[in-house]
Design a protein around this ligand. Structure first.
Ligand code: URA
Length: 429
């Protein structure tokens, strides 16, 4: 069968279902440079409006995986399980979860990308540890998974390489927010990474990439089905992302807070979410261990230290601090009704903790400490936020982003659960 890009684009534009051959052909031809960027842009826009059926999405994702290598972790003596989060403000859970689940006996191959926009990237956070190295060879990943069970590193160029080009194209063509395109982008990289089991933390709310519960559920269901289809046992946990997770937002600040949780202390919401995800991961791989015990008895911390040292980092080194600090004070009395996660994330980003383009540097020390929680009673003059930045200009921009971020009222608001619904799927392949 011969295919042509204009015919495939027109078929999708008119709402017809593409066969496996057409999908494989167009992605392969695009990767080979035989389909122009404008043709792929038109197809992405047609997919944005028309969607992809389950068989089409399966074929699309399979071809994205086949565009590069798929790591083979089957030779490891430990069962493999990973976690992916769709990104939240102050979400430092991976830093704690990866060594924690490894300390419980699994191997966690967390191959990550870098943060863009108002949610920070795990690699940027770890790079605030002096000497720590994000780039590992495949051999180093395998060796570290076998010996320590925990790896967080940069996903190599070889994993789903066509996703990198498609993502860049989606970014400039208004086609990022398409459920099949998001699901195939995330899952192709996670499936290519070789994990047998996967937990997805799908964030919902004002500070999340997807604000609406129904859409987040649709994304979660789509990703769970893709995992099943490709032989990866996948569970999605929807979690609320209206307020920042924990107290700290920013690279070194979040590492510091993660160390508190790894020591058995730290903010209760970070501990609650980490333990909930750890329990799902351990259930998936059939390990009957209580992760709370491993957090409290120091074994997760010992695995953290080994994981950091194996990648060249000094677990005892002083973490970076920013040159300037400023405290924002309450100007009226009241009870905290809401704390806008998006505003806090944007503030941390403007203070220097995040990047607008992927080649931008980030400041290790910059960020926001949120000094109050929803339901707290505050008085005039009480500290609300502590801002950290490397210079006055960043400090000013970060402060402006916090205008209106905290709403005070009369009575304490009703508590809201962090964990929402859970969706599971056993592998079909
Ligand atoms: N993260 C990804 O890797 N891809 C998307 O499309 C969106 C978020």
């Amino acid at each position: 069968m011969s295919y042509s890009a204009p015919e495939i684009i027109a078929a999708k534009r008119d709402g017809r279902v593409l066969d496996d051959g057409a999908i494989a052909w167009i992605l392969r031809a695009y990767q080979a440079g035989e389909v122009a960027e404008e043709q792929m842009s038109a197809l992405l826009m047609a997919i944005f409006f028309r969607g992809l059926s389950d068989p089409e999405l399966g074929a699309w994702t399979a071809r994205m995986i086949a565009s590069g290598e798929r790591l083979d972790l089957s030779g490891l003596s430990r069962p493999t399980v990973d976690k992916h989060s769709t990104g939240g403000v102050g979400d430092k859970v991976s830093l704690i979860l990866v060594p924690l689940v490894a300390a419980c006996g699994a191997a966690v191959p967390q191959l990550s990308g870098r943060g863009l926009g108002h949610t920070g990237g795990t690699l940027d956070k770890l790079e605030s540890i002096p000497g720590w190295r994000a780039r590992l060879s495949n051999e180093e990943v395998l060796e570290q998974l076998e010996s320590i069970g925990a790896v967080v590193c940069a996903a190599g160029e070889g994993l789903a390489p066509v996703d990198r080009r498609l993502y860049a194209l989606r970014d400039v063509t208004g086609t990022v927010e398409s459920i099949p395109l998001i699901a195939s982008s995330i899952m192709s990289k996670k499936i290519a990474e070789g994990t047998a089991c996967l937990v997805l933390d799908v964030k919902v709310g004002a500070g999340a990439f997807i604000k609406d519960h129904a859409r987040a559920r649709e994304l979660a269901e789509t990703m769970v089905r893709l995992g099943q289809l490709h032989g990866v046992a996948t569970v999605a946990q929807l979690t609320r992302m209206d307020v920042p997770l924990g107290r700290c937002v920013g690279n070194a600040l979040e590492v510091r807070e993660s160390l508190e949780v790894l020591s058995g202390a730290g903010p209760s919401d970070v501990r609650e979410l980490t333990l909930a995800l750890a329990r799902i991961m351990l259930e998936l791989v059939g390990l009957e261990v209580d992760p709370a015990e491993r957090l409290d008895d120091g074994s997760a911390m010992a695995t953290w230290r080994a994981m950091i040292a194996a990648q060249g980092g000094d677990p005892d080194a002083e973490l970076a601090t920013a040159a300037q600090r400023e405290i924002v004070l309450a100007d009226v009395d009241g009870v905290v009704q809401s704390l806008d996660a998006l505003a806090v994330g944007t503030s941390a980003w403007r203070l220097g903790a995040g990047r607008a383009r992927k080649e931008d540097p980030v400041s290790a020390g910059a960020g926001v400490e949120v000094l109050v929680r929803v339901g707290d009673e505050v008085r005039v003059g009480q500290p609300l936020f502590e801002l950290h930045a490397d210079d006055e200009e960043h400090l000013r921009r970060g402060r402006e982003a916090l205008d209106g971020a905290l709403v005070l009222g009369e009575a304490a608001p009703a508590p809201r659960a962090l964990l929402l619904e859970r969706l599971s799927g056993a592998p079909l392949a």
